[in-house]
Design a binder for this molecule. Structure first.
Ligand code: ADP
Ligand code: MG
Length: 521
C-alpha cells in the first residue's frame, strides 16, 4: 500500500487562507453588510448619512455611490459591492442604492439556498437566467412615449426627489437640467463633458441657473474694461503674449545707450504689433491661456479689446465650444474663420468673488451655475444635479423610461416568478430566490416611506396584476399604491437594466468563490 503523501505546502506562512463554506459565509456576510449600510437611503423618503473622514471632513449625502466610496471598506467581497455602485454610477449615473441593495439581497437569498445544499453553480445559473427575464420585464415596462421636455423633466425630478437640494425645489432644478441637455444634444447623442457644473458656496440664497456657455473665475485684465459685452468677436490664443526672447533676432549685443534704446524700441514695436494684429483681425474679446505682457495689455486696452489671461485649458476648450472660436497657437495668419462670437459677456460679483459669464448664441458647451449657502448644500446640490443630468441623458440616449416608485421592480419579480414555475429541478429555487430578492426593493421603499411593507407588497402585486403597473407613490408625508406614470415618477429603463446586470454580476462572482487567499505583500 502506497504511503499516504503529505499535502504539499505551496503558500508561504504570510498568507491567510479561508476555504469552502467559511469563505462563502464570510463573503456573503460582508456583501450583505455593505448593502444594509445604504438601504435606508433608498427612495424619496430615504434618510441621509453623515460621513466623517479621517481628517474630520464631513459629507452629508443620500447618494449610494458616495456613501460606499467614502466608507473605508476592507473586506474583499465587500469591495466588490462597492464596485457594483461604482459601475452603476459610471454606466448610467443613478440607481446605485438600488443596485447595491439588490446585490446584497441576492447574496442573502443565496445563503438560504446554500443552507438547503443547493450547489453554488446552480444558484449562479438560476440567477443568470432570472436576470434575462428581468430585462424582458423592463423592456415590457418601457413606455412608448415621446421623450419631450415634460417627460425628461419628470425623469430629472424623480432622480432628485428626497435629495438635499437645500432651499431649491426639484422643480426649479429639473428645468435647467433638461435645457442644458437639449442645448448640447446632437444627432450622435449627448456628451456629458459638454455640460459643466460650476459651484459657488457662500450665497445667501440657493439657485441654479443655466449658462449657455462657460463660467470662469477670471476677470478682465483691465479693471476699467466694461463688465458687459454683447455680440463680441472673440479669439482664443493658446500661448503667451509676451516678447519672444527665444528668437534669434531677439538677441542683442548691447554696447552703448543708443543700441539699448533701439532694442527697447524694437521690443516695444513687436509688442504693439501683437495688439495691432489682434485689432486688425476685428477681435473685440480675447482669451489667452498664457500670460499677457503689461505693455500688450495696455495696447489692447487702448484698442478697446477686452482681454483675459491665464485661462485654464478646459475653460479654453469650453469657451471655444461656446463661441465657435478656434484656439490659436500663434497670431500669424489669424483669419475670420478662427474667430467666434460671444453673444453675451458679463462680469458678476457674488459676495467676495467675481465670475465672468461667457455665453454663445448656439453654444455647444453649457454650464449649470450653482449657488448655495454652505459647502455641504452646494456639494449635495451638485450630486443631485449630476444624477439628474445622467438620468436625462440615459433616458434620451439609451432606451427610454419606465414607471418608477418600484413599478419596474414589481414587474420584474412578477415576470421572473411566473417563469420559474416552468423550470425543472432545483434551479427553479434559484430563479424564485431572484424574484424574492427583487421584492426587497419595493419593500424597502415602503419601509422608508413608513408604510407596512407586507401590506404594501400585497397591494402592489394586486394592482400590478389588474393594471399592469403599480408603484409606491410617495406624496408629501405619506405614500400610497398608485400609477407612477400618472404621478410623473419616471426612471430611465437603462438604470433598471444596469442595476440588474451589475447586481447579478457581483453576487454570482462572490458565490463562485470558495477559497480566499490573502497575502500581506
Ligand atoms: P438610487 O440610488 O437607487 O437611485 P434613490 O434614493 O435615488 O436610489 O431612489 C430611487 C427610487 O426612488 C427609484 O425607484 C424612483 O423611482 C423612486 N422615486 C422617486 N421619486 C419617487 C416618489 N415621488 N415616490 C416614490 N418613489 C419615488
Ligand atoms: Mg437615485
Amino acid at each position: 500500500m502506497a504511503q499516504r503523501q503529505q499535502p504539499m505546502v505551496i503558500l508561504s506562512e504570510d498568507n491567510e487562507r479561508t476555504q469552502g463554506e467559511d469563505a462563502q459565509d464570510s463573503n456573503i456576510r460582508a456583501g450583505k453588510a455593505v448593502a444594509n449600510s445604504v438601504r435606508t437611503t433608498l427612495g424619496p423618503k430615504g434618510m441621509d448619512k453623515m460621513l466623517v473622514g479621517s481628517s474630520g471632513d464631513v459629507t452629508i449625502t443620500n447618494d449610494g455611490a458616495t456613501i460606499l466610496n467614502k466608507m473605508d471598506i476592507e473586506h474583499p467581497a465587500a469591495q466588490m459591492l462597492v464596485e457594483v455602485a461604482e459601475t452603476q454610477e459610471i454606466e448610467v449615473g443613478d440607481g446605485t442604492t438600488t443596485a447595491s441593495v439588490l446585490a446584497g439581497e441576492l447574496l442573502a437569498e443565496a445563503e438560504e439556498l446554500l443552507d438547503q445544499d443547493l450547489h453554488p453553480t446552480v444558484i449562479v445559473e438560476g440567477y443568470h437566467e432570472a436576470a434575462k427575464l428581468a430585462h424582458e420585464a423592463v423592456d415590457d415596462q418601457t413606455l412608448a412615449v415621446d421623450l419631450d421636455d415634460d417627460t425628461l423633466e419628470a425623469v430629472a425630478r424623480s432622480s432628485m426627489t428626497g435629495k438635499g437640494t437645500g432651499d431649491v425645489t426639484v422643480d426649479a432644478l429639473a428645468e435647467p437640467v433638461v435645457s442644458a441637455v437639449q442645448q448640447v444634444a446632437t444627432d450622435a447623442g449627448v456628451d456629458r463633458e459638454d455640460i459643466h457644473i460650476h459651484t459657488h458656496p457662500g450665497a445667501s440664497t440657493s439657485a441654479t441657473e443655466l449658462i449657455e456657455g462657460v463660467v470662469i473665475d477670471e476677470t478682465p485684465l483691465d479693471d476699467a474694461a466694461p463688465s458687459q459685452l454683447a455680440d463680441a468677436t472673440t479669439a482664443i490664443l493658446d500661448t503667451d503674449l509676451e516678447f519672444d526672447t527665444g528668437e534669434a533676432d531677439a538677441e542683442y549685443n548691447i554696447t552703448d545707450v543708443d543700441q539699448l534704446n533701439e532694442a527697447i524700441a524694437a521690443e516695444e514695436a513687436e509688442l504693439e504689433g501683437y495688439a495691432e494684429t489682434i485689432a486688425d483681425a476685428g477681435v473685440e474679446l480675447l482669451f489667452v491661456t498664457g500670460d499677457i505682457d503689461d505693455r500688450v495689455a495696455s495696447h489692447l486696452a487702448a484698442e478697446e479689446i477686452v482681454a483675459f489671461e491665464d485661462i485654464g485649458s478646459s475653460d479654453a476648450d469650453a469657451i471655444a465650444a461656446a463661441t465657435g472660436a478656434r484656439q490659436l497657437g500663434t497670431l500669424e495668419d489669424i483669419e475670420d474663420a478662427d474667430l467666434g462670437t460671444t453673444a453675451a459677456l458679463s462680469v458678476e460679483t457674488y459676495g467676495e468673488d467675481k465670475f465672468t459669464f461667457v455665453e454663445g448664441a448656439d453654444a455647444a458647451h453649457v454650464s449649470l451655475f450653482v449657488r448655495g449657502s454652505t459647502d455641504h448644500v452646494v456639494d449635495e446640490l451638485e450630486r443631485a444635479l449630476n444624477d439628474a443630468l445622467d438620468v436625462v441623458i440615459a433616458a434620451l440616449d439609451a432606451g427610454g423610461v419606465v414607471g418608477g416608485a418600484g413599478a419596474a421592480e414589481i414587474a420584474i419579480a412578477d415576470h421572473v416568478r411566473s417563469h420559474a414555475a416552468s423550470v425543472e429541478g432545483r434551479k427553479q429555487l434559484a430563479i424564485e430566490a431572484f424574484a424574492t430578492a427583487v421584492d426587497e426593493l419595493p419593500r424597502t421603499l415602503a419601509e422608508n416611506t413608513g408604510m407596512d411593507p407586507i401590506d404594501a407588497l400585497v397591494d402592489l402585486r394586486a394592482r400590478h396584476d389588474a393594471q399592469g403597473r403599480a408603484g409606491l407613490v410617495s406624496t408629501g408625508r405619506s405614500g400610497k399604491v398608485g400609477d407612477p406614470v400618472e404621478e410623473d415618477i419616471l426612471d430611465p429603463a437603462a438604470v433598471k437594466h444596469e442595476a440588474v446586470d451589475s447586481a447579478t454580476e457581483a453576487a454570482t462572482m462572490i458565490l463562485r468563490i470558495d477559497d480566499v487567499i490573502s497575502s500581506d505583500n
